[in-house]
Design a protein around this ligand. Structure first.
Ligand code: SF4
Length: 480
């Protein structure tokens, strides 16, 4: 008898399919291929990332599993309704269904609440046996041992770096806007041998596609002893480049930074978030010290590590004077790439609770909670000042002149540090590696520039004059 077919869709289009925006991200999200790896062989499984291709409503899949975050929830309900009309079984999972299962449940046949590993095999077995339950609850912080490798073979060709995995979950910090602080769970680590197996379970991928990887932790450095042990093991692998994500405080540990370099780190994602100390304090991001950014980033650049940073606007202590100073300050700290967003009061977070209690949220349409819209009244800046800063920083930072200038400075710093070693071999190695780093740098910059052009500068039909030009009370109806 033919197996049931399960299609896992990782949603991305918060503004609906008629306003689709396809991102040029080099690497896929982890959730879909991780779930596919967990799926027992009693069903046929496929994965669709809506980040790079539209949903196929003509699929012959019997069951659709939708994974989504809060800003995709309204779209998820539309997608679920269309598939339901086509007679498909529907399962919801991911960050938003785990936080608000009772809101999601009416739109789906079943909801998976929490991390899928402990329950997913049971869900699939029940699906095949025709006894799917309305809800499956996973324990709050399950053990991360023996998670099978993600299904890299199911990643779309549009992604050039299909090898993505994670070493840890959680974070020891308490930033008030962070999704992790909706339901705090202990910081957990996977066995080192499981992570190494994921990074090497790449048979069948072509040479360049198996030589690069991303480790998608919330905070890779949450336990430095573990992180260093893992980095020593990764250093033994024959990889060209690995991306890691960790909090700023890790950079104060020189041994960690040296080990990152040994472990093929080509890019570090670090949440810088603000160049204004009071704004950082307002969201309890105490681990960041603005006065250290420049020196700590320099340490990475000297080791050939590109710095990709998050940067938030509309934080409560932001002021017009601060916004005017940002371009100059950014030139001083000189990150390689910037992910600029307008702060998002994610439902369930302490930040959301605080500004909701103060009556400052005027737009409850979750599809706008992606970082390109302003949905609440900031304390010290007007919406026009927020959007003015958002557009001018993006325009300035991602002009070709600025992109080429940063590239030149990065290579000069990296090669000059090599010259100081006074070893011909090291200099030769750095010259060869410069080619790879330049490739990654331009890929990243073009990805972010594309986002700035399509999502920030209103060159698609989604933005001009609509809710981005914040109009307090009476905005869109709540979707949640
Ligand atoms: S450091 Fe990052 S992952 Fe940790 S709580 Fe803050 S925002 Fe979340």
């Amino acid at each position: 008898m033919a197996k049931l077919k399960l299609q896992i869709i990782v949603l991305f289009q918060n503004l609906g399919e008629e306003q689709s925006y396809f991102a040029r991200s080099p690497a896929p999200p982890l959730s879909g291929i991780l779930l596919a790896g967990l799926t027992p062989d009693i069903v046929e499984v496929e994965v669709l990332h809506e980040m790079v291709r539209p949903i196929d409503y003509e699929t012959d899949a019997d069951c659709i599993a939708l994974s989504f975050m809060d800003f995709c929830a309204p779209h998820a309900y539309e997608v679920a309704a269309r598939f339901r009309g086509l007679g498909k079984m529907l399962i919801a999972g991911g960050k938003y269904p785990s936080t608000f299962p009772e809101l999601v449940a009416p739109h789906f046949d079943s909801v998976v609440v929490g991390e899928a590993e402990p329950v997913w095999t049971g869900v699939v077995e029940d699906l095949v046996a025709g006894r799917l339950r309305r809800r499956y609850d996973s324990p709050l912080a399950p053990c991360l041992r023996d998670i099978p490798p993600p299904r890299y073979d199911l990643v779309e060709p549009a992604y050039s770096v299909p090898v993505v995995t994670e070493a840890t979950r959680g974070c020891p910090f308490a930033c008030t806007y962070c999704q992790l602080n909706i339901k705090r769970a202990p910081y957990r680590k996977r066995p080192i041998e499981d992570v190494i197996r994921d990074l090497t379970a790449t048979g069948g991928l072509s040479l360049p596609r198996r030589k690069m990887a991303m480790i998608y932790d919330n905070n890779f450095g949450g336990d430095m002893a573990y992180a260093k042990d893992l980095l020593r093991e990764i250093a033994q692998l024959d990889l060209w480049g690995v991306g890691y994500q960790f909090s700023f405080n890790c950079l104060r540990d020189d041994e960690f930074v040296n080990l990152l370099s040994d472990a093929h780190c080509a890019m570090a994602f670090i949440g810088m978030e603000s160049l204004n100390p009071p704004s950082l304090l307002a969201v309890q991001k105490r681990q960041n010290r603005v006065e250290e950014y420049q020196d700590q980033f320099l340490k990475l650049k000297e080791r050939g590590i590109l710095i990709f940073t998050g940067f938030m606007l509309a934080l409560d202590e932001d002021t017009p004077d601060y916004y005017r100073s940002v371009p100059e300050k950014l030139k001083e700290v000189d990150p390689s790439a910037l992910l600029i967003s307008i702060s998002i009061p994610i439902p369930g977070t302490p930040f959301h609770r605080e500004i909701e209690a103060e009556g400052r949220i005027f737009d409850h349409d979750l599809s706008h909670y992606e970082g390109d819209h302003l949905v609440f009244t900031p304390r010290n800046v007007s919406p026009a000042e927020v959007f003015g800063a958002f557009e001018s920083i993006n325009r300035d930072f991602y002009s070709w002149t600025a992109i080429l200038g940063r590239w030149g400075r990065f290579l000069r710093t990296y090669l000059a540090a090599g010259l100081r070693c006074r070893r011909a071999f090291e200099m030769g190695r750095r010259l060869v590696r410069s080619g790879l780093l330049s490739f990654i740098y331009f890929k990243l910059s073009v990805f972010q520039r594309h986002h700035a052009q399509h999502k920030v500068f209103n060159s698609n039909p989604c933005a001009p004059g609509d809710v981005r030009s914040a109009s307090p009370p009476g905005a869109r109806a709540t979707a949640a």
